[in-house]
Design a protein around this ligand. Structure first.
Ligand SMILES: *Cc1c(COP(=O)(O)O)cnc(C)c1O
Length: 406
């Protein structure tokens, strides 16, 4: 038997023991969407997370949404009401938020000239990843007669400890090495660009508040040191994000309130050169990850050499991370349940497989679940971030998953 991850506590059952998402059963949503597999995103949970952030953090800290976590259009419309800005990582993502009327910033390596130009025309802040990108942006601004709103993304000398993906303190395709940033700031200001400040992102999926508190402290110190060296105060400092959610058996949720209190103290004591700076935090996973449920229907129930398999109409083509193949070193089970028997106790050990012809396509391995039959719905939780658009949807030419905002 292998443990299942923790089901987010906001989910509950109706009087018949069926899983409720946004106050309705899983069957209601699959009927509404006319089929499975289906991602359901619970709007109220997303609103609650944003409100929790606002209550925990000083009012002067802006909240941005990192679009790559989940770019589903109705979800982005909800986000536009909840956050102060969008962070995009491609011209394609920019196209999904440009009409929503919120400030946008654009980070990411390998921005092509057409993307830099589209960003400038849309008034987007470009987070520069290198000196070469800065020169291309300045050249486009000059030739097209556009104002370049440029911030410098810093490759910091430190990383976010205990985070899923360590970034920072390393050679990196992201950002400009911190010791070269002051010279680049002077270059873009002298070239007439509208310098917007600094962007410092040190990692992702942190569950330990102490790690985030430390990295935010270091980030403020680094921003001040760069500003002193450049002789210019940054209008904005994006402190990054990296807030994690629990996916696996022993994961403990992040104490966001502790991070917010510590940031309040750090900003109150900040160096003089940052006195007029506007700070932002950019979050993807923490805002939307727990609000998503992936629903997939059991097509076959079979026993092979003593093991029971529930074979579903979904799989890693929609939910790669739950299969353990998206950046995990060791395959562990996401939180999974049988939707129609959400309140029932575990009765049997099963392996939940997808419908792809690869042994990698597992949604739960040797997990204890209530007895399920062909036609029942399996619910995979924590599917709101890095789900459908972070999965190889073209693999095996299976139908695309549906999505709905509940
Ligand atoms: C992906 C990304 C984010 C969002 O990360 P989460 O772990 O989803 O919060 C934020 N900022 C940058 C620069 C990113 O690349």
């Amino acid at each position: 038997m292998k443990a299942l991850g923790p089901i987010p506590s906001a989910f509950s059952a109706d009087a018949d023991g069926r899983l409720l998402i946004g106050g309705r059963t899983a069957d209601h949503w699959t009927a509404e969407a006319r089929g499975t597999p289906l991602f359901v995103y619970d709007r109220a949970m997303i609103v609650a997370q944003a409100e929790r952030f606002r209550a925990a953090f000083p009012g002067e800290v802006a909240l941005h949404y990192a679009v790559k976590a989940n770019p589903f259009a109705p979800l982005l419309e909800t986000m536009a009401e909840l956050v102060d800005g969008f962070d995009v990582a491609s011209a394609g993502e920019l196209g999904k938020v440009a009409h929503l009327g919120r400030p946008v910033s654009f980070a990411g390596p390998g921005k092509r000239d057409f993307e830099l130009e589209a960003a400038m025309r849309a008034g987007v802040t470009i987070n520069l990843e290198s000196e070469g990108e800065a020169e291309r942006a300045l050249a486009i601004a000059a030739s097209e007669g556009l104002t370049a709103r440029l911030a410098v993304r810093v490759n910091p000398p430190f990383g976010l400890k205990g985070s899923g993906q360590k970034m920072g303190g390393l050679a990196s395709p992201f950002g400009v090495d911190h010791d070269r940033v002051p010279a680049l700031i002077r270059r873009i200001v002298e070239a007439g660009a509208d310098w917007q400040g600094l962007h410092i992102y040190a990692g992702s999926q942190a569950l330990k508040s102490e790690a985030l508190i430390d990295v935010q402290h270091e980030t403020i110190g680094l921003a001040a040191a760069i500003a002193e060296s450049a002789g210019l105060a940054p209008p904005n400092v994006n402190l990054g994000g990296g807030f994690g959610i629990p996916y696996f058996g022993k994961d403990e949720p992040l104490d966001v309130e502790a991070v917010g209190r510590a940031l309040g103290r750090a900003l109150a004591d900040r160096p003089e050169i940052l006195a007029g700076t506007q700070f932002a935090i950019e979050l993807g996973r923490w805002l939307v990850g727990e609000a998503g449920v992936y629903l997939t229907r059991i097509v076959d129930r079979k026993v092979s050499r003593g093991r029971t398999f529930l074979v579903t109409d979904g799989g890693l083509q929609h939910q790669l991370a739950a299969s353990g193949n998206f950046g995990q070193l060791l395959r562990r089970n996401y939180p999974v349940a049988i939707a129609s028997r959400f309140a029932a106790g575990a009765e049997e050990e099963v392996t939940v497989a997808g419908c792809l012809c690869t042994p990698l396509d597992l949604l739960a391995d040797e997990a204890m679940l209530p007895k399920a039959e062909v036609g029942d719905l399996v619910a995979v939780f924590c599917a709101g971030a890095y789900g459908l658009t972070a999965s190889p949807t073209a693999f095996l030419s299976q139908p695309m998953a549906r999505e709905i905002l509940a």
